[in-house]
Design a binder for this molecule. Structure first.
Ligand SMILES: NC(=O)c1ccc[n+]([C@@H]2O[C@H](COP(=O)([O-])OP(=O)(O)OC[C@H]3O[C@@H](n4cnc5c(N)ncnc54)[C@H](O)[C@@H]3O)[C@@H](O)[C@H]2O)c1
Length: 354
């Protein structure tokens, strides 16, 4: 059996989910790992049994052995790395977000068209078993016409610092890091309707709350609390051309009672669903409201389950067996939505989409 030769760019935190999934995949040969931090690249090659460690992605892209790459670097590098990889004839799995600006996202889309290679955006929540099961119910009409969705991803203390807190490298704060996941999941389950307008607010009131004692929270590998140029929290109302709407709020820091609030809900005219935190499908039968609990191994999003599904989907697409369910165009659309939320907040107006 010929195996797909893969390289991963960026050997930081999230690379473990990509590298483990590739390493375990029977149709993949994990060939190269790139990180500008040489020690990190070498350690990863050792740990995951890859062949070559690189510190310069251009060197890896020039290697004809490599057929497909995962991009797991800072958000502001995704655009340039994707274009370079496509131009070098590689298929690309790009971590979210596709880009930090709409202009760059459109350039990536153009590069996909030019190269004839595929680019999949790592919208991993779509690949959770709960999302895939719900998708089947929605496609079969069980929820009827979906007209409203509501998502919250609120951390009361969880600014990871480092590049995550640097607007230049991250593109934004919780909106770009965690908001994108829930906005995308709702939009995908709603059938990816065309956006009509976006109204948003972003706040910088609390800062990173790095003074808080006796509570641990996720920190970036290169944690630095002294710099923070991103928002603490954001909310938005997104209207769609088909009349549907989506409400969302996200935070890195907030005076919230709960440590984390993670909730994703979809409402249609025949039924509704809560995908997170507990998967449940709601409808009525014989004049009675019923809550149905699907019996599946992972009723909530399970990290490695989602990544294994995502990586397998990418591999199957590279081998020409299926179309990607999160193509470059979806990455462009999400970039437009996120950027419009910031623009709306800055200008204090609703942003209309053409
Ligand atoms: N899908 C998810 O659930 C999820 C979760 C976490 C992070 N992410 C995404 O993954 C990406 C990486 O996040 P992370 O948490 O792993 O960050 P990280 O800081 O832990 O790792 C990033 C790595 O990329 C390397 N790097 C940066 N630019 C490079 C370049 N030009 N060439 C070579 N190496 C380079 C850094 O040295 C670092 O080792 C981000 O885009 C983030 O949004 C996705």
């Amino acid at each position: 059996m010929t195996k797909l030769k893969v390289a991963v760019i960026g050997a930081g935190s999230i690379s473990d989910a990509h590298l483990t999934s590739y390493m375990e995949h029977p149709e993949v040969e994990l060939y190269g790992i790139v990180d500008m931090n040489e020690e990190r690249a070498r350690a990863a090659v050792q740990k995951y049994g890859a062949k070559v460690a690189f510190t310069d992605y251009r060197e890896m892209l020039a290697d004809p052995q490599v057929e497909a790459v995962s991009i797991c670097t800072w958000n502001n590098t995704h655009g340039a790395l994707s274009i370079a990889a496509l131009e070098a004839g590689k298929h690309v799995l790009c971590e979210k977000p596709l880009c930090t600006t709409v202009e760059e996202a459109l350039l990536v889309e153009e590069a996909v068209r030019r190269s004839g290679k595929l680019l999949m955006v790592g919208f991993v929540r779509r690949f959770g078993t709960n999302a895939q099961v719900l998708r089947r119910f929605i496609d079969a009409g069980d929820l009827g016409e979906v007209y409203y969705a509501k998502a919250s991803y609120l951390r009361r203390l969880g600014n990871p610092g480092g590049w995550f807190a640097d607007k230049e490298r991250a593109g934004g704060g919780p909106l770009f890091d965690i908001g994108i996941h829930v906005i995308d999941l709702c939009w995908y389950l709603m059938g990816r309707p065309k956006v009509k307008s976006v109204s948003g607010n972003t706040y910088k009131k609390l800062g990173n709350r790095s003074h808080i004692k006796n509570l641990t929270f996720y920190k970036a590998a290169d944690y630095d609390a002294s710099q923070n140029t991103v928002e603490d929290m954001a909310n938005a109302l997104i209207r769609f051309e088909n009349g549907a709407s989506l409400m969302v709020d996200v935070s890195f820091t907030l005076h919230a009672k709960m440590k984390n609030e993670f909730a994703v809900k979809i409402f249609g005219d025949r039924g509704g669903a809560e995908i997170e935190p507990d998967f449940c499908i709601v409808s009525e039968k014989h004049d009675t409201i019923i809550n149905v609990t699907p019996q599946i191994d992972h009723p909530s999003f399970e990290f490695m389950d989602g990544f294994r599904n995502e990586i397998d989907h990418f591999v199957q697409a590279c081998l020409g067996r299926q179309e990607v369910i999160s193509p470059v165009g979806d990455g462009v659309e999400l970039t437009k939505i996120l950027c419009a939320i910031y623009e709306s907040s800055e200008k204090g107006i609703e942003i209309q989409f053409g």
